[in-house]
Design a protein around this ligand. Structure first.
Ligand SMILES: Nc1ncnc2c1ncn2[C@@H]1O[C@H](COP(=O)(O)OP(=O)(O)O)[C@@H](O)[C@H]1O
Ligand SMILES: [Mg+2]
Length: 412
């Protein structure tokens, strides 16, 4: 047997929790056999990954592997897809068709959401599991195939048996070796390891700087119930990496990407589907570009600021950004590389580069609201609470400033 860590490295598996280790060890043990395997676990825990591990560690590894989602194939065509059909066997069957059990001969088939398989298909599958025999739809000839079956479900199959929706004999046939893949919320610190891995991978790929979790943020992700499991964690880690401009993530940076607060703690129900994902690749690409631009800008401004030291008030002991008397400015209050100054003056418009124009397009999610609030606080501080001067410096009317002070709940 391969050492467990080597196995994890080989398949990019992150985590050290005992339940995960146990599942992996079981997978490794059953892999070399031809036994049918039933993988149990919630959506997004890694069931498909496990099916691939089993195939790869089996003597069939050079044979084909195919993953079929039984819940995604219409009831009327699933028999034909899996077992093939004879020309003319039903309306639309204009050709002979090979089924997956024929094309995957010598390999492994992963039947995901097996509980969704219609009863008729279950009978065909049972026969195939018992002696490798099957009959194409509309045919009479018995055919043979050598396919290993790995099935998976996120529902309680015994319930389905009791409701008459799943054949009991098939259940026992499949369930000889169950592998239980634990939900993410039961994996303890694996959650933090996975978050780190996903954000670092994503940031490396997109050439942005990976954020660090603060202790509080770590606490939050360790206690959240993660209804969508690893798939959800991956999505959150990636979204936070693009959308949060912080080097250090705090709970409020994460909470935006976590569905609703009532299910945020590891207490009640909630499903993967209430996870609010951006889901729009184009929007994500745009945001990545914006974030890269932001970083370029910061770097550029930092370089510029080194040449204009008089603009940086090194005697200021507060960490807040100061407002400078320019018509446009940007806060680099989150240091780049840990040593950028807090305030950087923008060059005159005449030296404006094409990238600068994009500052105008920055969406609110990049924390412009936060920045605005910080600017106002700084302006007020600088002018010792005198709104008239602070407003003047901010380039807004006193009334607008007054409204913003109330909106942002700024204490004077
Ligand atoms: N232990 C793990 N370490 C790293 N990534 C994982 C791990 N388990 C699952 N994943 C990833 O999580 C995602 C969901 O896994 P998947 O196998 O599709 O889940 P399921 O089939 O249970 O819905 C995939 O992107 C997979 O690569
Ligand atoms: Mg899946």
């Amino acid at each position: 047997m391969m050492e467990l860590q080597a196995l994890k490295n080989k398949f990019d598996i992150i985590g050290n929790s005992p339940a995960l280790n146990y599942a992996l060890t079981t997978a490794e043990k059953v892999a070399p056999t031809d036994l049918s395997i039933l993988i149990l676990g919630e959506s997004g825990v890694g069931k498909e990954v496990f099916s691939k591990i089993i195939h790869q560690l089996s003597p069939r590894k050079h044979g084909p592997f195919i993953a079929i989602n039984c819940g995604a194939i219409p009831e009327g065509t699933i028999d034909s897809e899996l077992f093939g059909h004879e020309k003319g066997s039903f309306t639309g069957a204009s050709d002979n068709r090979k089924g997956y059990f024929e094309t995957v001969n010598g390999g492994t088939i992963f039947l995901d959401e097996i509980a969704e398989m219609p009863l008729g298909t279950q009978s065909r599958l049972l026969r195939l599991l018992q002696n490798g025999e099957y009959i194409k739809v509309g045919a009479s000839q018995v055919l043979k195939t050598d396919v290993r079956v790995i099935a998976a479900t996120n529902v309680n199959l015994m319930d389905a048996v009791q409701k008459g929706k799943f054949r009991e004999d098939l259940y026992y046939r499949l369930n000889t070796v169950p592998i239980i893949v634990p939900p993410l919320r039961e994996r303890g610190n694996d959650i933090a390891l996975l978050f780190r891995k996903f954000s670092v991978d994503f940031c490396e790929k997109n050439k942005i700087k990976p954020p660090q979790l603060s202790e509080e943020a770590k606490e939050l992700i360790l206690n959240y119930r993660w209804p969508g499991n690893i798939r959800q964690l991956k999505s959150v880690a990636e979204q936070v990496s693009i959308l949060s401009d912080a080097d250090h993530l705090f709970p409020e940076d994460l909470i935006r990407f976590i569905p609703n607060n009532s299910t945020a703690l590891n207490l009640s129900g909630g499903t993967a589907s209430d996870f609010n994902s951006i889901g729009n690749e184009l929007a994500i690409k745009m945001l990545i570009e914006l974030k890269q631009d932001m970083n370029d800008l910061k770097r550029m401004f930092f370089e510029l600021s080194k040449n204009t030291p008089s603009n940086y008030d090194s005697t200021s002991d507060s960490g807040d950004a100061r407002i400078l008397p320019t018509d446009r400015y940007i806060s680099a209050n989150r240091p780049l590389g840990g040593f950028a100054p807090n305030v950087i003056e923008l060059p005159e418009r005449s030296t404006t580069t094409s990238k600068q124009h994009q500052v105008d397009l920055l969406p609110e999610n990049l924390n412009l609201v936060d920045m605005e609030k910080k600017f106002i606080v700084s302006a007020l501080k600088k002018h010792r609470g005198k709104r008239k001067y602070a407003a003047e410096e901010l380039g807004i009317s006193e009334r607008t400033l007054y409204r913003k002070i109330i909106d942002y709940d700024i204490e004077e």
